[in-house]
Design a protein around this ligand. Structure first.
Ligand code: HSE
Length: 437
């Protein structure tokens, strides 16, 4: 009986998790595929495997693995873009199927690699690139393919969700929690990718392509990180009945597409608000499906390995039956993939949360509200509390009615110039997400 031979490139958190899962669930893999699935080669630029398995050979030059005739499927788990791209290209040209967990690679070079894979009649799978163990690629590409999708939104970075949810329940510092997320294997090799929203941006680009049939492109994507957030914001939001989440949004507004990653206040009663730790949640609004919410583990060795190995099983099943993949990489036929007009951030209309530090005098609040009124921004709620009696400082929290980003930013710029106002003003959008119950 034919056996399916794998070459794993990269032995970091994900590579280690994949190797462990394939060994641990070898019987299940056999039962699912109908043939043995075996790791025969490992490539790692930095690490020689600690285990001693004579049946697995080791390459320090990972590119050699891409041309090894003993391998059917190459697993690209090294991350980054340059060497990963070379490896995937080389593997495809050598007739190998590829499974990758690399969102940066797919978001920036996906189309080139997909057309190369098509040319060489091989598959390039990337379920693990978005949302850890949640099978969102397959769901958008296959299970919901009959729908007209109007919105895909949610939490798609485990590290930032871990930081925000820990900050909400403890007084630990941002950097302390980030170090913990790194130790737990959630964060990227360079964690600024997580905290500045770049990782979520890569994943959002992939989701938007799958949902709306647009080309993979990082241009014009609006990205905000989480570094402006403070424990004071999380507490104030909670007192007003909201959670703060780092949200990725791809949604149609009058047939134009909003694509952004930003901090958002979400009603504490919404299920997405309750997704904590490294959890991810994705809400899909489709016609006629209505709302579908998927929650699960978004980062870490095991959850990512789950998706990588499920892709391997899919490909191995095809190989056993000598069948090609039936589904296009992004679901849509190549000629159907077209750009859409994007909505600029300035045009987006939403209610806002503002937190302003000011002097505790009768004029402070009046001058702030005058500026808002002048720009037609009405307020739903305004609360103030003393921060520090000795310094005569108060914190003013305002929830506005829906206003355009431009009007809001112009107003807060003017407010920041008031003499009574000190420090940066926190501005966070409030998202009224469709309910999923
Ligand atoms: N750093 C990523 C995250 C890993 O935190 O979500 C999973 O893609």
């Amino acid at each position: 009986m034919k056996e399916i031979r794998l070459g794993i490139c990269g032995l970091g958190t994900v590579g280690g998790g994949v190797l462990d899962l394939i060994k641990r669930n070898a019987d299940r893999l056999y039962d699912q595929v109908g043939a043995p699935v075996r790791v025969v080669k490992i490539g790692s630029r930095t690490k020689k495997p600690l285990f001693n398995d004579e049946k697995i050979s080791f390459y320090q030059d990972v590119l050699l693995l891409a041309e090894d005739p003993d391998i059917d499927i190459v697993l690209e788990l090294i991350g980054g873009v340059d060497i990963a791209k070379e490896l995937v290209r080389k593997a495809i040209i050598n007739g190998k199927h590829v499974v990758t967990a690399n969102k940066a690679l797919i978001a920036s070079h996906g189309e080139e690699l997909f057309s190369l894979a098509q040319k060489y009649s091989v598959s390039l799978r990337f379920e693990a690139a978005v949302a850890g163990s949640i099978p969102i690629v397959k769901i958008l590409r296959e299970s919901l393919s009959s729908n007209k999708i109007s919105c895909v939104t949610g939490i798609i970075n485990g590290t930032t969700n871990y930081i925000l949810s820990e900050m909400a329940v403890s007084d630990r510092s941002f950097s302390d929690i980030l170090s913990e997320a790194q130790e737990l294997g959630f964060a990227e090799a360079d964690p600024t990718f997580d905290i500045e929203g770049i990782d979520a941006g890569h994943k959002l680009v992939i989701l938007a392509s799958l949902a709306f049939g647009i080309p993979l492109s990082l241009d014009e994507l609006s990205i905000e990180g989480i570094s402006q957030i403070s424990i004071a914001d999380l507490k104030s939001a909670s007192e007003l009945g909201y959670g703060i989440k780092h949200l990725a949004v791809a949604r149609l507004v009058d047939e134009r597409l909003e694509l952004s990653v930003h901090l958002a206040l979400i009603s504490a009663t919404h299920l997405i608000s309750r997704v904590d730790g490294a959890g991810n949640a994705i809400l899909i609004q489709g016609d006629p499906s209505g709302e579908t919410l998927l929650c699960g583990a978004g980062a870490g060795a095991g959850p990512t390995a789950s998706s990588v190995v499920s892709d391997v099983i899919d490909l191995a099943r095809n190989l056993i039956r000598e069948q090609a993949d039936q589904v296009k990489h992004l679901g849509f036929s190549t000629t159907a993939i077209k750009p859409r007009e994007l909505l600029t951030q300035d045009e987006i209309v939403a209610p806002w949360y503002l937190r302003i530090e000011a002097e505790d005098n009768s004029k402070s609040i009046a001058s702030i509200t005058d500026i808002l009124i002048k720009r037609d921004i009405s307020k739903q709620t305004i609360v103030s509390k003393i921060i520090d009696a000795s310094s005569n400082k108060i914190e003013i929290v305002i929830i506005t009615d829906p206003s355009s980003t431009k009007a809001l930013f112009d107003a807060t710029e003017e407010i920041s110039r008031l003499q009574s106002v000190s420090g940066a003003i926190t501005k966070i959008r409030i998202e009224d997400l469709p309910s999923c119950t």
